[in-house]
Design a protein around this ligand. Structure first.
Ligand SMILES: *[C@@H]1O[C@H](CO)[C@@H](O)[C@H](O)[C@H]1NC(C)=O
Ligand SMILES: *[C@@H]1O[C@H](CO)[C@@H](O)[C@H](O)[C@H]1NC(C)=O
Ligand SMILES: *[C@@H]1O[C@H](CO)[C@@H](O)[C@H](O)[C@H]1NC(C)=O
Ligand SMILES: [Zn+2]
Length: 447
C-alpha cells in the first residue's frame, strides 16, 4: 500500500515510539500539521441583544476567524452561541474586545494544537494499518476508507455492491456502496451520504460503522434483516473526497470542496449550498473565499452534480435522503431555505420524533429536531431541500455530537457511542418507510 506523506511520517514516528516504549501508549514526538494550530483557541460567544450582535459581527468580520458554528458572521443572532477558531496572534485582541464590550464568552479549546494531537496524535502499536481487522473506532484516511470499501465489496457479495457515480474535481472516484439483498423487484431505497463537509470527520466514521453494523447484524437482528431484504441502502462514505483528503493532510478545518476559482486565490465551494433550490440566496455567500460560498452556478461541483444525477435517476425508488453532518445534535428536515411547513409535515415530523427517541434510548443523548430553517438557521441551496423538491418525501440532515465541547475534534473514544445511537435513529427512519404513512396519498409537495 502506498503511504501518503503524513501516514509515512507517522508510521516512522510510531516505529521510534515502539522501540522506545514497547506497547505503552506513547506521545508522538513530532507535531501534526506542522504545529500550525499551536496557541490557536476556540471561543464560545453568546451575544444577548441586537447591539451585541452588531458589534460581534463587526469584530469577527475584521478578524478573519474560522467559523465553527454558525458558518458565517451573517448568521450570528441573539442568544445563539457562536463558536469561532481564532489564530494565536488574534486571541489576545479578541479577549480584550469582548471584555470591553461586555459580551459573554468563554474559551472552550485553549490550545487547538493540543486538542488535535489528542484526537489523532497518540497511537499505541495497535493494528491501525494491519487490515486483519478494520478498526471502526479510529478516523481513517481517504485511502484507507476506499480500500475498506473494496474489501467489503469483495467479501460480502451477497449484501454489498460497490460502484462509482463519477469523479471529483481532482479526479478521484466517487464511490457508493449498495447494501441489501438483490432483487428483481424495484425495491425502495434509502440514500445516506457522509462527509459533505470535509472537517466533520465523525460523518465518514458513521457511514462505515453503519455498513458494518448492517452487514454483521443481518444474521441475528430481525429488524435489520427485514430492512435489508425489503430496502436498499445507498451509502456514500465520503461525498467531498478532495476536501476530506485535504483536511487529513493539510488543513484540519477545511470545509469546502477543492475546486479552483480563477479570479481569487481561495479554493472550494460549500457542497451544501451548491444545490439548485433558491441557489445562493439567504444563508449562502457569493464570495469565493467564504466558507458558505455557493459556487459559480448550481451543481458547479462535480461531486454535487454526480449525486444529483444519481438521485434523479433513482428518484422513484429513493424514499429517504439522509445527510450526515456535525456538530449540534440535531435532526433537521425541510424547509431549509424558508420558514414554512412542508405538505407532508405530519409524516416527517413523526419519523423525526421516532428517530430521536430511538437515538436517546442508547445513551440518553438528546437531539433537537424540526425544520432546518427554524431549528438551525435559514440556508439556501441545501441538499435536503433539493431532495425534497425532487420528490423524496423524507429528507433529513443529522448534526451529530457534540454541542461544542470538542466541536469538530470529537475524540475517537466517542466514535462508538455516537455511531451506535445514530444507527438506531437511521434504522427507525428506514423502518418507517415500510409502513404506509396515512398522508402518503397526499399530493406531493412543491416548493
Ligand atoms: C435573549 O436572552 C435575554 C436574556 O436572557 C432575553 O431577555 C431575551 O428576550 C432573549 N431574546 C431572544 C430573541 O430570545
Ligand atoms: C504572529 O506573530 C508572530 C510574532 O509577532 C509573527 O512572527 C507571525 O508571523 C505571526 N503569525 C501570523 C499568522 O500572523
Ligand atoms: C464489486 O464487486 C462486483 C462483483 O461482486 C464487481 O463486479 C464490481 O466491479 C466491484 N466494484 C468495484 C468498484 O470494484
Ligand atoms: Zn456539515
Amino acid at each position: 500500500m502506498v503511504l501518503d506523506h503524513r501516514s509515512a511520517f507517522r508510521a516512522s514516528v510510531l516505529l521510534a515510539c515502539v522501540i522506545m516504549c514497547g506497547n505503552v501508549l506513547c506521545p508522538v514526538a513530532a507535531y501534526l500539521y506542522s504545529n500550525r494550530y499551536a496557541g490557536d483557541q476556540v471561543f464560545r460567544i453568546t451575544p444577548s441583544n441586537d447591539e451585541e450582535v452588531r458589534v460581534l459581527k463587526k469584530i469577527l468580520g475584521h478578524m478573519k476567524v474560522d467559523f465553527w458554528q454558525p458558518n458565517s458572521a451573517t448568521l450570528i443572532c441573539q442568544n445563539a452561541t457562536v463558536d469561532v477558531h481564532v489564530k494565536r496572534n488574534d486571541t489576545r485582541g479578541l479577549h480584550a474586545r469582548l471584555k470591553q464590550e461586555h459580551i459573554d464568552y468563554r474559551v472552550f479549546i485553549s490550545n487547538l494544537q493540543k486538542e488535535i494531537e489528542k484526537q489523532t496524535g497518540y497511537r499505541s502499536s495497535r493494528k491501525r494499518r494491519s487490515e486483519s481487522q478494520y478498526d471502526y473506532e479510529v478516523y481513517h484516511s481517504l485511502e484507507e476508507i476506499q480500500s475498506w470499501m473494496f474489501e467489503m465489496n469483495r467479501t460480502h457479495t451477497d449484501l454489498v455492491d460497490m460502484f462509482s457515480i463519477g469523479k471529483s474535481y481532482e479526479g478521484k472516484p466517487l464511490y457508493v456502496l449498495q447494501i441489501g439483498k438483490r432483487s428483481r423487484h424495484q425495491k425502495k431505497a434509502v440514500w445516506i451520504d457522509c462527509g459533505v463537509h470535509a472537517r466533520e470527520w465523525i460523518g465518514p466514521a458513521f457511514c462505515q460503522w453503519f455498513v458494518k453494523e448492517a452487514i454483521n447484524s443481518y444474521h441475528y437482528d430481525s429488524v435489520m434483516r427485514r430492512l435489508l431484504n425489503q430496502l436498499n441502502f445507498y451509502v456514500m462514505p465520503v461525498f467531498n473526497v478532495d476536501g476530506y483528503d485535504f483536511s487529513w493532510t493539510t488543513d484540519r478545518f477545511w470545509r469546502k470542496t477543492r475546486s479552483k476559482n480563477h479570479k481569487f486565490h481561495c479554493r472550494g465551494v460549500d457542497a451544501n449550498r451548491n444545490w439548485k433550490v433558491k441557489w445562493c440566496e439567504e444563508g449562502a455567500s457569493s464570495h469565493p473565499c467564504d466558507d458558505t460560498y455557493c459556487g459559480p452556478f448550481p451543481e458547479s461541483e462535480p461531486e454535487v452534480k454526480a449525486v444529483a444525477k444519481f438521485l434523479r435517476k433513482y428518484k422513484k425508488r429513493v424514499k429517504a435522503y439522509i445527510s450526515i453532518h456535525a456538530y449540534a445534535q440535531m435532526l433537521l428536515y425541510p424547509y431549509s431555505y424558508k420558514y414554512a411547513t412542508i405538505p407532508n409535515f405530519h409524516c416527517v415530523e413523526s419519523a423525526a420524533h421516532n428517530a430521536v427517541t430511538a437515538l436517546y434510548s442508547a445513551y440518553g443523548v438528546r437531539y433537537r429536531y424540526g425544520p432546518a430553517s427554524t431549528t438551525l438557521y435559514v440556508s439556501s441551496g441545501s441538499s435536503i431541500d433539493w431532495a425534497y423538491r425532487n420528490g423524496i418525501p423524507y429528507a433529513f440532515a443529522f448534526e451529530l455530537r457534540d454541542t461544542g465541547h470538542f466541536g469538530f475534534l470529537l475524540p475517537e473514544s466517542l466514535i462508538s457511542p455516537t455511531c451506535t445511537e445514530t444507527t438506531r435513529a437511521v434504522k427507525a427512519i428506514a423502518s418507517g418507510l415500510l409502513k404506509k404513512c396515512e398522508t402518503d396519498r397526499d399530493k406531493f409537495p412543491y416548493i
